[in-house]
Ligand binder design. Structure first.
Ligand SMILES: NC(=O)c1ccc[n+]([C@@H]2O[C@H](COP(=O)([O-])OP(=O)(O)OC[C@H]3O[C@@H](n4cnc5c(N)ncnc54)[C@H](OP(=O)(O)O)[C@@H]3O)[C@@H](O)[C@H]2O)c1
Length: 335
């Protein structure tokens, strides 16, 4: 079977498609025939060797992949041959609060990931995918969707009628927009592209602003919320956007700290305590959150936004496309 691997080191020149023996399941394991994978911003960081010392070559990249169970080992009752499954981002985070041991089990990071025709996984780290989704659609769920779900519903306790600010039109933000609308919230969206703002509007965004032409987008966000500020911010920009988010959020509001897209910057902590903002770091989520989310996706008939599907031979082109920032929603690789 074929797998894409960083063999000698990181960097695009070291990403190779190699032939490996098909895995055999031991007790508690399952072999999955992968049908589709999706890319996340994090995979660009891993590819550059920027994800810390725990991430070493040789490495099969990507956290996000789905397929069919090909074989199971002794004692496996959770899944059966033929089941359509996704791997959880952190294989060891099944439920409860995070800890160091759970955080050390991320696919395509500390552990080999999903960009292979066949993968060997702990059966406990698999979830069934929503029945109405294609493999390409379902491959977008493990990282970006679970992160958005965790931010809005577990951390944020989102209620119908509340306001949510989402930044940009990448994977996490388009899921957050879809989930917020499913829950009856009102959404304020930003993007650096007017064409993408029009697409966000067609997905249900109630108000929006171009963050390039209106860097003081906090004013429009406060106006949108009747002056007080928004209830929730899905903060994917990081240090460069957090000062503006702190002005946009309401007193006592919630900011889910997720990403680092805007690079470095300085943040004055005074607004955090003066406005009594609740800031919560989010690192994807548990298997239980993934399963709760899948039930909601199924009940709502929700479909992820797949921008482009690349072939298995086009993996380097898929990475380049994500890096260009031209995408809207998710970039997928068919395996
Ligand atoms: N903590 C976690 O568990 C977790 C999980 C998933 C992702 N993340 C992080 O969250 C961030 C987003 O990840 P992703 O996979 O959704 O990324 P992505 O799909 O690559 O989305 C990137 C998009 O973000 C927008 N963007 C870029 N710079 C921006 C800025 N300064 N302000 C506002 N929007 C900006 C752009 O949208 P427009 O073209 O519309 O402007 C860009 O297309 C990354 O930093 C990633 O590492 C963290």
């Amino acid at each position: 079977m074929k797998a894409w691997r960083f063999v000698q080191g990181f960097g695009p020149e070291n990403l190779e498609c190699v032939e490996l023996p098909s895995p055999k399941p031991g007790p508690g394991h399952a072999v999955v025939r992968v049908r589709a994978c999706s890319l996340n911003y994090r995979d660009l960081v891993v590819a550059k060797g920027g994800y810390g010392r725990a991430v070493k070559v040789p490495l099969t990249p990507l956290s996000d992949g789905v397929g069919e169970v090909l074989a199971v080992g002794a004692g496996v009752t959770r899944v059966q041959v033929g089941d359509r499954v996704a791997a959880t981002f952190m294989q060891g985070w099944l439920e409860g609060p995070p800890d160091d041991a759970k955080a050390a089990t991320a696919l395509g990071g500390a552990l080999d990931g999903m960009l292979a025709e066949e993968v060997l996984l702990d059966a406990a780290g698999l979830v069934r995918i929503p029945g109405h989704l294609s493999f390409e659609e379902a491959s977008t769920l493990p990282c970006a969707a679970v992160t958005a779900w965790h931010s809005l519903f577990e951390s944020g306790g989102l209620k119908p009628g509340q306001t949510v600010l989402v930044q940009g039109s990448g994977g996490v933000s388009t899921f957050a927009l879809q989930f917020a609308k499913m829950a009856g919230a009102r959404v304020f969206a930003t993007s650096g592209s007017d064409a993408k703002l029009a697409r966000l509007r067609s997905m249900g965004a109630d108000a929006m602003v171009n963050y390039r032409t209106s860097p003081d987008w906090d004013k429009a966000a406060r106006d949108f919320s009747g002056g007080a500020g928004v209830d929730h911010v899905i903060e994917v920009g990081g240090a460069g956007t957090l000062p503006t988010s702190l002005k946009a959020v309401k007193r006592g509001g919630h900011i889910a700290l997720i990403g680092v897209l805007s690079g470095s910057g300085e943040c004055d902590p005074r607004l955090i305590f003066l406005k009594q903002v609740r800031m919560q770091g989010i690192y994807v989520g548990s298997r239980r959150m993934f399963e709760d989310m899948n039930r909601a996706i199924e009940a709502a008939g929700m479909r992820p936004v797949v921008d482009r599907v690349f072939g298995f031979a086009e993996v380097p082109a898929a990475y380049s496309y994500l890096e260009s920032g031209a995408h809207f929603g998710k970039v997928v690789i068919r395996v």
